[in-house]
Structures are given as structure tokens and as C-alpha cells.
Write a protein that binds this ligand. Structure first.
Ligand SMILES: *[C@@H]1O[C@H](CO)[C@@H](O)[C@H](O)[C@H]1NC(C)=O
Ligand SMILES: *[C@@H]1O[C@H](CO)[C@@H](O)[C@H](O)[C@H]1NC(C)=O
Ligand SMILES: *[C@@H]1O[C@H](CO)[C@@H](O)[C@H](O)[C@H]1NC(C)=O
Ligand SMILES: *[C@@H]1O[C@H](CO)[C@@H](O)[C@H](O)[C@H]1NC(C)=O
Ligand SMILES: *[C@@H]1O[C@H](CO)[C@@H](O)[C@H](O)[C@H]1NC(C)=O
Length: 422
């Protein structure tokens, strides 16, 4: 009895000490995240707004929404200072209504960010820096299918405020290869075609960040070789830790370092641990690894919340980012390194992309078009060009009812033209 009673104060002291230490770490995490609020590279809330609510925001309270990983209260708890919101439309929209659907996703992001005072829609790195008491909203596109192989569409998306685009999602575009193969989509002739290069250069000229998540590694390599500005992987992890093709292999990590780009680590257990179940420690391994190969200046965070299903124990939704920072502190990451990961690295890349835009301001917009024979099956385009520019071509239609146009479709390898009248 007497022995146990005498131990009591010691146990009590120990408990007190460990709680104090714990809250001290929490305070450090809090200080770091308050001085460098997180800029997260990828969130698919807009896709869920489409799925669950048909983009109807009227009856919703985004402060407390429960169906999703993301709501405003959770973003605040997670110390999120800026979010790259993904205007994503599925690969099955390729060659169909991808452009319209993408515009609808951009629209719902804008309406969401304007409706709630907690958000602030931005289009520049300065806009993010200026947003101190709110969550900055930056619009991104996931998957080159959204531009329907048109540089004009790309430019108009820029004008709508889009500041980053991943070249592919889980399907090839006619000009860039994806990590995934689909039986219904024939790969382009090369990993990045001439038109694909033109897309990259036009993005450089516009000041749109090139995102390599989802692109095949040869495509990523080609882009890293030709891009005039640094590029990002907005939501990918390290291949060496989990050998999934969505992750970034060492050779690309080294190129990213050289190019002063960024890999924003994805939390989805399928990419973190190549299985359905994982934890914070598994996620932290990716941070340690990318730091080791590419340096802390190439590391960022792109949680992929609301874009995937299996999330790590302890990182279940957007309120949980502090737990990761705590684990990285435990692994001897310094406050300076963590601030870079949370915020400064992305701001550096975005500012550089803007600098490149400024340098290219006298370069004219590209007027290149994709060759029709490179647009694979199922694609029909209305051609508003006069097919028989000389009116005396002998075709009776042209003599009687000009103007006439053609609708050009590719069927297998044949190009079929149908004549329409205006
Ligand atoms: C949008 O949602 C609100 C609330 O649930 C509902 O009253 C309204 O009819 C919906 N609008 C449309 C166009 O479906
Ligand atoms: C950022 O803040 C500065 C200083 O208040 C202001 O001059 C500038 O216009 C702001 N820029 C943006 C993009 O909000
Ligand atoms: C995380 O999971 C790994 C197995 O992948 C296990 O070895 C480790 O103990 C777990 N860590 C924690 C903190 O649960
Ligand atoms: C510290 O933060 C963790 C989450 O990372 C939380 O579970 C814990 O309750 C906090 N501890 C204190 C003492 O606030
Ligand atoms: C069109 O699809 C067929 C199979 O459906 C395929 O054999 C053919 O190569 C495709 N053509 C082009 C130009 O991609």
C-alpha cells in the first residue's frame, strides 16, 4: 500500500509532463501553420457537388457539409490558407461535351467561393499572399480532355481564372499520354506530340501551371525537358515507397529538383501504401523520401480529398493536416522546412510561372491547330471553312445555297466529311 501510494505523485508528474510536452508540440504545429497556412494542391469537392447535388448550392451549408471530406469548418481546423479546386470532368466526356462540363465545374467553384465570406477567389500568387483571414480559391483543370485539343479553349479557360491544368487524367488525349490505358482510346503517336508541346508552351506563355499528375512518365519527362517554367505534380507520391504508376519515380524527382518544381504528396492509401489501409507514418515516409531525393524545396501537399476513397488513419479529412505536420516535426523536419512544404514552395513555383509569362508577353498567341488525323475516333468537328474556296468548283450545292460547311468526323483512320448548309 505505502509503496504504491508513494509512487502516485511520480505517476502524476509523468502524466503532467507528457501532456505538457504534447500540448507544446501542438503549439509548435499551430504556430508553424498559422504563419504558413497550407496551400493544398488538389481537392475534388466540386466533383462531389456535381455527384450529390447536381451543382445546386441553394439548400447546402458548406460550413458543415457532412457527406464530403471537405467543408469550411474542417478547412479552418486544418489551417488551410489556399486550395487548388479541381474543375474535373470524367474521361468519358472526351470527344463529347467536355468543354461545357468543365465550364460548369468552373462555374460551381466560382459560385461556391463567392457565396461564402470565408473564401476569396484569386488568380495570382499575390492574390494568395494577400488573403490573410480567408481561404484563397484557385481554379485548376484536371485532364487535357477539357480543352478538346483547342488552344483557343485553353486560352478562354485562362480568362475564366484557371491557373493550372494537368495534361491528362486517366485517359490519353490525342496529344499526351496518361499513366492509364483504356481499350477505347488509342494512344497518341508519341508521349507528347508536336501539338502537345504547343499546349505546354502556350500554358507557359499564358502563365498557367503545367501539372504532371496522371501523365505517363515519358510524357512528364518530355514536359520537364521543354517547359520554360517550373512544373508541378499536384497530387502524386513517391514511386520508390509505393510502386504505383501514379507516383513519381526517382529520375523524375531529380528532374523536378533541377527544374525547381514541386511534388505535392497525395494521401490516398492506394498511392501511399499500395493498399486500402494506411496511416500518418506511411504518408510521412513519402515526405522523407522526396526530401532525400529532391530536397525539401520540391515537396508540397496535395491531399486529393474528395477525389479518392481510402484515406490514412489520422488523416481522414481536411481538418487533419496538423497531425501530419506533428509527425514531420517528430521526424526532425525544421520549422523552416515545414513552412516551405506548407506554402512557400508553391508560391515560389507560381511566382516563377508568372515571371515566365511576363517575359513572354510579346510572344503572340499560338494559332496552331491539331491535325485532324490525330484526333482519334468518335470525334466530329464542324468545320466553318469553305471547303471549295473557288465558287466555280462545279458542285451544284455551292452554286445554289452558299454558305455551306462541313462536319468532319474520323472513323477508324478515315476522315469523313459531310456537307451541311448554313
Ligand atoms: C436546389 O435546391 C433547393 C434546396 O434543396 C431546391 O429548393 C431547389 O428547387 C433546387 N433547384 C433546382 C433547380 O433543382
Ligand atoms: C495585394 O495587396 C496590395 C497591398 O494592399 C495591393 O496593392 C494589391 O492590389 C493586392 N493584390 C491583389 C491581387 O489582391
Ligand atoms: C503504420 O503502419 C505501419 C504498417 O504499414 C506499421 O508498421 C506502423 O506501426 C503504423 N504506425 C502507426 C503510428 O500506427
Ligand atoms: C494535440 O493534437 C492532437 C492531434 O494532432 C490531438 O489529438 C490532441 O488532443 C492535442 N493535444 C492537446 C494537449 O491539445
Ligand atoms: C479507332 O478505333 C478502332 C477500334 O475501334 C481502332 O482499331 C483504330 O485504330 C482507331 N483509330 C484511330 C485513328 O485511333
Amino acid at each position: 500500500m505505502g509503496f504504491w501510494a508513494s509512487l502516485c505523485p511520480a505517476v502524476f508528474l509523468l502524466l503532467l509532463l507528457s501532456t505538457t510536452l504534447m500540448s507544446e508540440t501542438n503549439n509548435t504545429v499551430n504556430q508553424i501553420m498559422k504563419s504558413a497556412p497550407l496551400i493544398d494542391g488538389h481537392n475534388d469537392l466540386a466533383l462531389q457537388l456535381r455527384r450529390y447535388f447536381n451543382n445546386n448550392l441553394t439548400g447546402l451549408d458548406l460550413n458543415t457539409l457532412k457527406k464530403t471530406h471537405t467543408n469550411i469548418n474542417k478547412l479552418k481546423e486544418g489551417n488551410v490558407g489556399a486550395q487548388l479546386w479541381s474543375a474535373y470532368v470524367l474521361c468519358s466526356s472526351q470527344y463529347k461535351d467536355a468543354v461545357r462540363l468543365t465550364m460548369e465545374q468552373i462555374d460551381v467553384i466560382k459560385r461556391m467561393c463567392r457565396k461564402y465570406d470565408e473564401f476569396n477567389l484569386v488568380t495570382t500568387s499575390e492574390g494568395i499572399r494577400n488573403t490573410t483571414d480567408k481561404i484563397a480559391c484557385l481554379i485548376t483543370i484536371e485532364g487535357g480532355q477539357s480543352i478538346d485539343s483547342s488552344l483557343a479553349a485553353l486560352r478562354m479557360f485562362y480568362d475564366l481564372g484557371v491557373r493550372s491544368m494537368s495534361l491528362t487524367h486517366t485517359c490519353h488525349t490525342p496529344w499526351a499520354r496518361s499513366t492509364e490505358e483504356r481499350s477505347d482510346i488509342v494512344p497518341p503517336k508519341s508521349s507528347l506530340t508536336d501539338f502537345g508541346q504547343e499546349v505546354v508552351w502556350e500554358m507557359n506563355r499564358l502563365g498557367m501551371i503545367v501539372d504532371l499528375s496522371h501523365t505517363a512518365s515519358d510524357t512528364a519527362k518530355a514536359v520537364l525537358q521543354i517547359s520554360k517554367a517550373p512544373v508541378i505534380f499536384s497530387h502524386s507520391s513517391a514511386f520508390a515507397i509505393c510502386k504505383h504508376r501514379r507516383n513519381v519515380p526517382d529520375n523524375l524527382l531529380k528532374m523536378i529538383k533541377k527544374k525547381k518544381g514541386l511534388v505535392m504528396v497525395n494521401f490516398y492509401c492506394g498511392f501511399v501504401a499500395c493498399q486500402k489501409v494506411c496511416n500518418i507514418s506511411n504518408v510521412a515516409d513519402h515526405f522523407d523520401y522526396i526530401k532525400k531525393i529532391a530536397g525539401y524545396k520540391s515537396v508540397g501537399i496535395g491531399g486529393d480529398y474528395d477525389g479518392a476513397v481510402w484515406f490514412p488513419q489520422g488523416l481522414e479529412d481536411v481538418s487533419k493536416y496538423p497531425a501530419l505536420i506533428k509527425e514531420l516535426l517528430r521526424r526532425k523536419w525544421t520549422a523552416g522546412e515545414l513552412k516551405a512544404v506548407l506554402r512557400d514552395n508553391f508560391l515560389r513555383v507560381f511566382s516563377k510561372v508568372e515571371e515566365v509569362k511576363a517575359k513572354l508577353k510579346n510572344v503572340a498567341a499560338s494559332e496552331k491547330e491539331i491535325p485532324l488525323n490525330e484526333i482519334t475516333n468518335k470525334s466530329c468537328r464542324l468545320s466553318l471553312r469553305d471547303v471549295f474556296p473557288t465558287a466555280n468548283s462545279g458542285h451544284s450545292l455551292w452554286k445554289t445555297v452558299p454558305p455551306a460547311f462541313t462536319i468532319v468526323c474520323t472513323v477508324n483512320t478515315y476522315i469523313v466529311s459531310l456537307i451541311l448548309t448554313g
